[in-house]
Design a protein around this ligand. Structure first.
Ligand code: SF4
Length: 88
């Protein structure tokens, strides 16, 4: 099946939309069961070199590392600063 919306390059994966007619559903179900994030979202953020897997924590690390690489205040630091400011 044609799946232009999917940027995952693992066409051998049985959950990839080119291998069935159920769209993203099998991929999302597999990711939910394993506490993972789909590769399409990692590709949007840019996967951190520090990632060891595709788990939620790896995605969070990728978001923070991408923000730091762009010279931005990362989401964790921003939340900590906001909390500290609210407590003053
Ligand atoms: S959720 Fe999975 S199937 Fe859907 S676009 Fe992302 S990687 Fe492809």
């Amino acid at each position: 099946m044609k799946a232009d919306y999917c940027s995952c390059t693992d066409h051998a994966c049985p959950f990839h939309p080119v291998n069935h007619d159920k769209g993203c559903t099998p991929c999302i179900m597999k990711n939910q069961q394993e506490r993972e994030v789909p590769s399409c979202l990692f590709k949007m953020v840019g996967r951190s070199e520090r990632c060891e897997g595709y788990y939620f924590e790896d995605f969070a690390l990728s978001v923070v590392d991408a923000q730091r690489a762009a010279g931005q205040v990362d989401v964790i630091a921003a939340a900590d600063a906001a909390k500290a400011a609210a407590e003053e």
